[in-house]
Ligand binder design. Sequence first.
Ligand SMILES: [Zn+2]
Length: 290
Amino acid sequence: MKRKSVFLVALVAFMVFSTAKAQINLGEKALGAVQKGYTGFTFSNEDAAKLSKEAVAKMDAEHVIAGPTDPYTVRLNKIFGKYTKAYGLELNYKVYVIKEVNAFATADGSVRVYSGLMDVMDDNELLVVIGHEIGHVVNKDSRDAARAAYQKEALIDGAASQSGTIAAVTDSQLGKIGSAMIDSKHSRKQESEADLFAYEFMKKNGYDVNAVESAFSILAKMSEGAQSDFLTKMMSSHPDSKERAENARKRAEKDGLYKPYVHQTPVVTPVKTTKPAAKTTTKKKTTTKK
Ligand SMILES: [Zn+2]
C-alpha cells in the first residue's frame, strides 16, 4: 500500500514535470494557467504606466512625503517645476523625506527625489540626477524594468494567471515590484545613454554642463566614504561613478564647455509664514529616522 502511494506520487510528479516541459515546448496554445500569466500576456506601454503608477502609489503611502510648503518641496518646485511637460511626458514629482541618497523615475512619469540626495547636491547637480532618471523613462528603460519586475513576480507566484492582466497583482507583489523598479539594474549601455541624456538636458536648458561631472564625483566620493550607508542599492550599483564623471568631463571638453565646477552649498529657503497654515506639519525635519 505504502509503496503503491509512493509510486503514485512519483508518477504524478513525473507527469506534472513532463507536461510542464511539454507545455513550454508546445507554445502558447498548450500553456497552463500559471505559465499563461508569464508568457501569454502582452505588456504595453500603458500596462507599464499603470503598474508603475500603482507601485508608486504604494511607495508614496509608505514614505514621509514633504508637504507643499516644506523647504524641500519649495526648492524642487523652483528647480524642476518647469520641466514636468517635457519630452511628451506628463511628469509628477514628490520629495521623500528620508536620509538616503536616491532618486527614481518610473514609466508612468512619477519622479521621486529623496531629501538625502537634495542635501548633498546643489541645484545643478540635482537636475543632473533627475535628468538622468528621466532619461531612463524617455529611453523606455523604466518600462522594461517594470516589465521585468512584473514578469519575475508573475513567474514566482503565478500572478495574473487567469486573466493575464496586470490588475491581478496582489498588494505584496506590488510592493516587491516597486522595490525592484527602484533597485533595477540597468545595463551599462542604458546607464551611459541616460548620462548622455542628462548632459544634453543640461546643455539644452542653458545650465553648466560641468555639474554632470560634479554630481557623479559626489556619488563616487560617497560610495568610498563613511556615507556609503546612505547610498541606496540603486546608487551604489553605479560603481563606475568615477568613470562616468570622467566621461562627462571629456564630453564637456569636446564641446569646449569645460571648466572646473564649483559646487554650491544647497540653498534651502526657509518658508515664510505670514499666517499659520491650515496644515501645521513642522515636525518632519527632525524625525526622518524611521
Ligand atoms: Zn541610471
